[in-house]
Design a protein around this ligand. Structure first.
Ligand SMILES: Nc1ncnc2c1ncn2[C@@H]1O[C@H](COP(=O)(O)OP(=O)(O)OP(=O)(O)O)[C@@H](O)[C@H]1O
Ligand SMILES: [Mg+2]
Ligand SMILES: [Zn+2]
Length: 511
């Protein structure tokens, strides 16, 4: 008997439905065709064992399985479940009337329990798009799939539950997720900007960075609070929209990072990979391509602590996605894309000993070492960082001071207001959402500088020895500062403040 079941293949963050045709006839052969990789081929052993443990024995017949479309490579062990179900139905051991409208994915253990899979969310989205009415996934992945409305999602822990469900006498209930509740439930933060004492100027710089989507680097000695401040940046960014949450969750789903408790990524991600990270882990890749940290940080913050400690090659591969906000991974036969629109937040010590420019302690580094340390970060990468801010440790008396500082919520409200101005400004420019993304053309259009402004810019460039590349950065940042004040034009004081955020461009730095 010929039976069809349905599974799915995920490339990038897109899923393609795979039709599994199982034909059982006289004979004793087993044949699996349609570009399966070795893990798929090995499924026969897992399926036989899993079924045996549930008391099913497949009679020794000729089984031919075809996975279509044939030009898509089927990888991994997540096809075990649709293959097993297809084989049972083809042997007429279970009913097959529901298979036509049901998409099934899951890996089987030898005892019949179902293991989690990657990509349940994009798979469910595609299934709904193609008119499937239900999906069966491993219980661990059912939550993220259930975000998709208009399709019934079951989460199974054991193949027996799936068999019973298909036979129409099961107890398995559809998984339901209330997106609005997920959002509310997850909105509490365990940290807040008010935990950070003093550091008003750094907080101000971070507010500007958040308001304009500017990449930012914090420079300061050990213990100054760089890590503490950076971790709080996602809290002052505008809340995720449902659309953004879905985008980010898709990537986390494909990377297998979602779990039962948090079906939907409802907070802006904050990713802080260690400086020993490899290129592939940072930007994505591998022989079965997987998203890297830059994509897991999509719609959130990528924090690179101790930036000069990262391998230069690793930082180099980040340049293209920083510009394009998407990463393309090419393989001989295909290419996949992962979105990677994130805010880069970096931190560094000013020199190897950490105390260059310190108000009290003395830098012990040999002459030239400071510049050499900075040179570990390539110019083109520094070019993509709009705001440089020096973090000076807060004196002990101030740390013990009890005066409450501004909360993340209050700062976030100002950020949101500034973002709304930008949304209106860039309404006609698809793909541009904030000032940091302005092209040089837009810069000319939206950032007119009057004669007084031109003068101070000129003076600053000469006096501070700022490079030409600093020029555009200053104007972009001053646009954001003006937006925070709801000022239509960029004024002298906005430029003056923006000029302060170019520490690393100054001629004297490290000399
Ligand atoms: N302004 C501050 N308000 C409150 N606590 C602070 C402040 N600055 C530093 N701390 C305390 O000091 C600790 C060390 O700060 P943090 O780890 O952020 O420093 P850092 O600049 O990242 O140092 P390193 O260069 O060693 O990584 C924090 O966990 C926090 O407890
Ligand atoms: Mg730190
Ligand atoms: Zn030093």
């Amino acid at each position: 008997m010929l039976v069809k079941s349905y599974g799915s293949a995920v490339y990038g963050i897109k899923a393609t439905t795979i039709t599994i045709e199982v034909n059982v006839s006289r004979g004793v052969n087993f044949l699996l065709v349609g570009l399966p990789d070795s893990a798929v081929k090995e499924s026969q052993q897992r399926i036989e064992s899993a079924l045996q443990m549930q008391g099913y024995k497949l009679p020794g017949r000729k089984v031919v399985i075809n996975m279509a479309p044939a030009d898509i490579r089927k990888e991994g062990s997540a096809y075990d479940l649709p293959l097993a179900v297809g084989m049972l139905a083809a042997h007429e051991l279970i009913k097959n009337d529901r298979l036509e409208h049901c998409l099934i994915m899951g890996e089987l253990s030898l005892d019949g329990t179902i293991q989690s899979i990657k990509g349940a969310l994009p798979i469910a989205l595609q299934a709904r798009h193609e008119g499937f009415t239900s999906c069966i996934f491993p219980a661990q992945n059912a939550g993220e799939a259930a975000i998709v409305d208009g399709i019934t999602v079951y989460g199974a822990t054991n193949i027996k539950e799936v068999i019973d469900l298909l036979d129409g006498n099961g107890t398995l209930q559809p998984v339901k997720i209330d997106i609005n509740r997920e959002f509310l439930h997850n909105f509490t933060c365990e940290s807040d900007f008010s935990d950070v004492k003093g550091q008003e100027n750094v907080k101000r710089a971070m507010e500007i960075a958040a308001a304009g989507g500017h990449n930012i680097i914090l420079i300061g000695p050990p213990g100054a609070g760089k890590t503490m401040l950076s971790k709080r940046l996602p809290e002052i960014l505008p809340p995720l929209t449902i659309e953004e949450a879905l985008e980010t969750t898709k990537i986390h789903s494909v990377a297998g990072k979602t779990n039962r408790e948090t079906a939907l990524v409802t907070k802006r991600p904050f990713r802080s990979p260690h400086h020993t990270i490899s290129d592939v882990a940072l930007v994505g890749g591998g022989s079965f391509p997987q998203p890297g940290e830059i994509s897991l940080a999509h719609n959130g913050v990528l924090f690179l602590d101790e930036l000069p400690e990262f391998k230069r090659t690793v930082l180099e591969v980040m340049r293209q996605p920083l510009e394009d906000r998407v990463i393309t991974i090419s393989r001989a036969r295909f290419a996949v894309e992962y979105p990677a629109s994130f805010m880069l937040v970096a931190s560094m010590n000013p020199c190897p000993c950490g105390f260059y420019n310190h108000p009290e302690k003395k830098c012990m580094c040999a002459p030239g070492m400071v510049q050499k340390y900075l040179n570990r970060i390539s110019g083109p990468l520094l070019d993509r960082i709009d705001i440089h801010i020096e973090v000076v440790p807060v004196p002990f008396e101030k740390l013990s001071e009890q005066r409450p500082a501004e909360s993340s919520k209050v700062i976030r409200e100002r950020v949101v207001a500034a973002r709304n101005i930008q949304r209106a400004r860039f309404a006609k420019h698809e793909g541009t959402h904030c000032n940091a993304q302005m092209s040089s053309r837009m810069l000319q259009k939206y950032c007119e500088i009057d004669a007084a402004g031109q003068n101070i810019l000129k003076a600053a460039m000469q006096k501070l020895g700022l490079s030409a590349r600093a020029y555009d950065r200053i104007i972009k940042v001053s646009r954001t500062i003006a937006d925070l004040e709801a000022s239509a034009n960029i004024q002298v004081q906005h430029l003056a403040e923006a000029i302060q955020y170019r520490s690393l461009d100054r001629e004297g730095w490290g000399a």
